[in-house]
Design a protein. Structure first.
Length: 361
């Protein structure tokens, strides 16, 4: 019995936590126990018609039809033939100018020069502006920084007879004198000015040769120069003769389109198929309270009945078979049975005991 009690501590721990966290279930009855067991999802099967293949169009190509025709085609365009008649030349002798007539200047007497000295200006007089800087001096003066004013001061009453002197404090309006300070500053004595300074010009003396009398010349004529040459000259220019050449044709046979290719369009209707699918009706989880066997009512006899019922359903409860102990193998078999049959999972709940047909439930 001690072994059974230790096994139930783990098995019912979830039920105790559910009550502590979520409060009591609604419509609870005295003397019964409740726990939030795991409720499997509820599904249903539905059938619906779905589109298997969308409607489409089938395009059929109708090939073109051809025919054979014979026609005369241009083989070579009409043109012209050009024959060149060369130019005619002859040899001629003529006198040509080699050098034109010119004139030559002959000096009869040369020019006369003399040396002279003169003074010239090389730099004109000018002026420049000179800046005279400003003059400053340092002065010291006293200035007022704060006006005279008054302020309230808390003082002790000299006539106070109270035990606590703070009870005899009085407020007095006191004069605060004006505040001054001495400053040193630079003062302009004379502002900056400018003055104009004259800069004299510069001269220099040069010596140069000057023509006193021009040269005397006379003009002499140099006759033109000629020479006789022999050259070939064109008597008649080249010319051309143009002859017309008629166009040339040939007869050809070719295949041409008689009826062009085309297409025809046929509508192909959509096709549908019926599919069956599972639809979630209600989500499961630890969301609902279920009545479970109270720990004081989990007896050896009840465990034995559960183990026998599980064995009868084909579920193994451990290597020792029916041993009246709610061990890990029996708990595992019970949970698998609950899952396989869509029952609340996680405790010895009443719904599972009814499904196993345990006496008294």
């Amino acid at each position: 019995m001690k072994k059974l009690s230790l096994s139930l501590v783990f098995f019912f721990s979830f039920a105790v936590m559910s009550f502590a966290q979520d409060g009591l279930p609604t419509n609870a009855e005295p003397g019964k126990c409740y726990a939030k067991c795991y409720i499997p999802d509820q599904w249903k099967t539905e059938s619906e018609s779905v589109l298997a293949k969308e409607a489409s169009k089938k395009i059929t190509v109708i090939p073109a039809k051809y025919k054979t025709i014979t026609e005369s085609v241009l083989k070579k365009e009409a043109g012209t033939s050009v024959r060149v008649i060369p130019a005619k030349y002859e040899t001629r002798t003529e006198k040509v100018l080699v050098k034109e007539e010119s004139k030559k200047i002959i000096v009869v007497s040369p020019a006369k020069y003399e040396t002279r000295t003169e003074t010239i200006q090389v730099k004109a007089p000018s002026t420049r502006i000179e800046t005279i800087p400003a003059k400053y001096e340092t002065k010291t003066e006293t200035i007022q920084v704060e006006d005279a004013t008054t302020k309230w001061v808390k003082q002790k009453d000299a006539m106070c007879q109270a035990a606590n002197s703070e009870d005899c404090m009085v407020w007095c309006l006191v004069e605060v004198p004006a505040q001054f300070k001495t400053i040193t500053k630079r003062v302009l004595v004379s502002p900056a000015t400018t003055r104009e300074i004259n800069i004299p010009g510069a001269n220099k003396t040069i010596t140069k040769r000057v023509m006193v009398s021009p040269p005397v010349t006379r003009e002499e004529t140099i006759p033109a120069v000629y020479k006789t040459i022999t050259k070939t000259v064109m008597v008649s220019p080249p010319k051309t003769e143009e002859t017309s050449i008629p166009a040339q044709f040939q007869t050809v046979t070719k295949t041409v389109v008689d009826v062009p290719a085309s297409t025809s369009e046929t509508d192909i209707p959509a096709t549908f198929k019926t599919v069956t699918k599972r639809v979630l009706v209600k989500a499961g989880g630890f969301s609902e309270y279920r009545e479970v066997v109270c720990s004081k009512n989990v007896t050896n006899q009840l465990v034995r009945q559960v183990q026998r019922a599980l064995l009868a359903k084909g579920y193994s409860v451990g290597p020792f078979g029916v041993d009246n102990v709610l061990g890990k193998d029996t708990r595992a078999a019970l949970i698998k049975y609950q899952k396989d049959n869509g029952l609340p999972v996680g405790n010895l709940n009443v719904e599972t005991l009814k499904h196993l047909k345990i006496a008294g439930y």
